[in-house]
Design a protein around this ligand. Sequence first.
Ligand SMILES: Cc1cc2nc3c(=O)[nH]c(=O)nc-3n(C[C@H](O)[C@H](O)[C@H](O)COP(=O)(O)OP(=O)(O)OC[C@H]3O[C@@H](n4cnc5c(N)ncnc54)[C@H](O)[C@@H]3O)c2cc1C
Length: 414
Amino acid sequence: MSNKPVIVIGAGIVGASTALWLQRFGHEVILIDKGAPGMGASYGNAGLIAQWGFMPVTTPGLWRKLPGYLLNPNSPLFMKWGYFPKLIPWLTRFLSHATDAETRRIVGALLPLVGDAVSDHKALVQGTGLEQWIADSKLGYAYTSRKAFDADGYGWAMKRAAGFAPTVLTGAEVREEEPILGEDFQCLAVLEGQGHVLHPGQYVAALVDHVTDRGGRFVQAEVKGFQREQGRITRVETDQGNFDCHAAVVTSGIWSKEMMRMLGLKVQLETERGYHVLFENPSELPRNPMMISTGAFGVTPMSDGLRCAGTVELGDHHAGPSDGPIKLIRREAKRAFPRLSYSGTQEWMGFRPSTPDSLPLIGQIGDSGIYTGFGHQHLGLTAGPRTGQLLAQMIGGSAPNLDLAPYDPTRYLR
Ligand SMILES: Cc1cc2nc3c(=O)[nH]c(=O)nc-3n(C[C@H](O)[C@H](O)[C@H](O)COP(=O)(O)OP(=O)(O)OC[C@H]3O[C@@H](n4cnc5c(N)ncnc54)[C@H](O)[C@@H]3O)c2cc1C
């Protein structure tokens, strides 16, 4: 093993998990982030360990339905139209995956990353004293009617085939299971044996503290460039100085796009912007996390309140937040929880890093010593620990017991 460290760039859930697994495998680790740990997309997500969340957005025929979604003000899909021309190459490729064959291929490739994610999180925190951040829970998928649930039959058939068979409750049974739900919701599909994180941002920060307590380094600095000798990484340049390394891992979420550009590579990565509204001191809480189908957001009881997080807004990661998604979340939350009162609310926007085929880039770029761990779209919190373990295995020279071809980091690089 080299006596130089491995540098991990980006202290979100993927970077924190990678750093911890690298350290467990005996590597010296430097984790670099331009901000505080856990403040990127990993901060404000819905906190769902979405073992069941492997259906890509690109379900068959999406290209036919997309214009309708975008023109419907009640749809949870939004577009920053000013960015549309720049999005066209990514969007064209994204929509090319909206076929039955591609959906099945993507589901097959996502399952090994997310299908056992509650155990993956538990393995990550084992012996760290951070076990309390992971909650065992059920997941309820709330629909207005049994008909609306049946209309989602394609996705549920795939979930069933993967071992995620719901108990479908209707009418009064819905409120016996979740008394908080309003009468507009007459169907609840419940999955047992799931889990969630009680505060994703604080969880990631605690993971990073654990790494530094055990001798790893966290450096708050902005990465500005890379030095290579004979094609191999030797040094990472930052605004706080340069750091020698024998390998570097890019786990910078949406900003991995800029990181690849510094390496002279262009990657097809765009953001599906998402939003949350946190209801502080809520008068009631759901018993378990839920997905609210009418707003495409997750609802999770968290340590600081009731968080409703989701929606998709296609756009860029430099523009500020829009009103539409927040209004939709507020409106649909009121419909789902008509009796809810609270002392105040917080709003947040974050950037899901998404590839056209909904699969992350995990692996080494050629023989450069530069590894990628980004592009986890809606599933980064879920798949972060498994991704970190895979990367640590690869960097340590052991072959993971998994077909890594679908995550080939060079497939979108030019
Ligand atoms: C509304 C919403 C709800 C979601 N809900 C869920 C959910 O319930 N379950 C789930 O699994 N996923 C969910 N996701 C997706 C999940 O949040 C992301 O996939 C995940 O957080 C991505 O993690 P990451 O570590 O790749 O990136 P990030 O958390 O974004 O971390 C990247 C880090 O890189 C750092 N960085 C960037 N540039 C530089 C630089 N030049 N130098 C140094 N550091 C740099 C940033 O500061 C940042 O800390 C949701 C996302 C959103 C937006």
